[in-house]
Design a protein around this ligand. Sequence first.
Ligand code: AP5
Ligand code: MG
Length: 370
Amino acid sequence: MERIFLKDKYFVPYIPYERIEKAIDEVAERINHDFRHFNGVPIVLCVLNGSILFTGELMKRLNFPCEFSSVRLSSYEGTLSTGITRKVLGLTSSIKGRTIIVVEDIVDTGKTITDLYALLRDAGAEEVKICTMLLKPDVYKKDLKLDYVAMEIENRFIVGFGLDYDQLGRNSKDIYILDKQASMKHYLIFGPPGAGKGTQAALLVERFGLRHVSTGDLLRREIAAGTPLGLQAKTLIDKGELVPDSVVEGMIASELEANPDVKGFIFDGFPRTTAQAEHLDALLAERGARIDAVLSLAIPDETVYERIRHRAEVENRVDDTKPEIIRNRIDNYHAKTEPVIAYYKGKGVYKEVDGLGTIDEVFNKLCALM
Ligand code: AP5
Ligand code: MG
């Protein structure tokens, strides 16, 4: 089973058709067992549109006389005697005095099914049994007994086998789940050395629950651990030169792999070249994701010097110590990193704020953009 793309989102395989079939076999067997001595003809009531495939598959397996009917629930409107603000639409058979087997695709909070149950009883149904293909037990909060549940699932957005995303995906015979990676947010915090990328990223991470990925911090960790990569990087960083694209690209790929459950990422100090930006886009595209926004901090070179000089008194970064190294970092920024701005402007995701002002002032401006 491959990943599928519907409208603007990627979905990954969740329940293969073979498992769905098996679950339907089992639930049909239980219904057959319960109705084996039933005197009369129940109506199998398909709740459109989602349960169309499930109802078809289920009915093939029922071995007692039954009728078929379908129904739809209106969206909320007006107030009926039941106090329920919905209406049953398109009910073709009279249900007075009849036994109904309602067939639903999915029950989550239970609002729809409890409304429908009440409306059918109100319309004179003698007995209403509920059969649902899927139940989200974590969010089902009603007391109504669900007589037949084919499968239980976690509280995730799914499509396929009758269920849709914006009317698409109903015809898929397998069930898919929204690709988490595709729904993650991916931000860049961008700017020259000392612009406040690390400072602001730390605040944004706290506010928005994202994962902060700073290639500078990752490289300094490698250096501290004395790894071969760290040793190679140290000679370049200490001179204010960039490390090779392939090194940081590998680090970013590992970070994405290692954090499948976060809400999103904020990349700090990456990408620093147009080649890195192209690589990141390709990496995200493989996951059905993209850069949502580039948050750029604009500050003049003089402020860069001031801030880095100030930081050198507090932190112990070799590349902060000598004016010529700071100069080289700034030169590299203008020569190699600034072109990345045009790249993201072309994609319509570039947003710039004035990086001067207090940390709080800058933070508020960034929050407004997010
Ligand atoms: P990296 O660690 O990314 O360094 P940088 O880009 O030079 O940026 P800094 O971390 O120095 O500054 P910042 O913008 O995070 O500012 P901060 O918040 O600390 O990279 C280091 C090296 O690693 C590179 O030179 C390169 O060799 C290598 N490297 C990294 N990524 C790479 C890549 N993708 N490709 C190739 N090589 C790569 O703030 C600075 C100071 O200002 C702090 O003291 C802070 O407290 C203060 N401050 C912040 N905001 C304000 C404010 N609003 N008002 C007053 N003070 C403020
Ligand atoms: Mg930093």
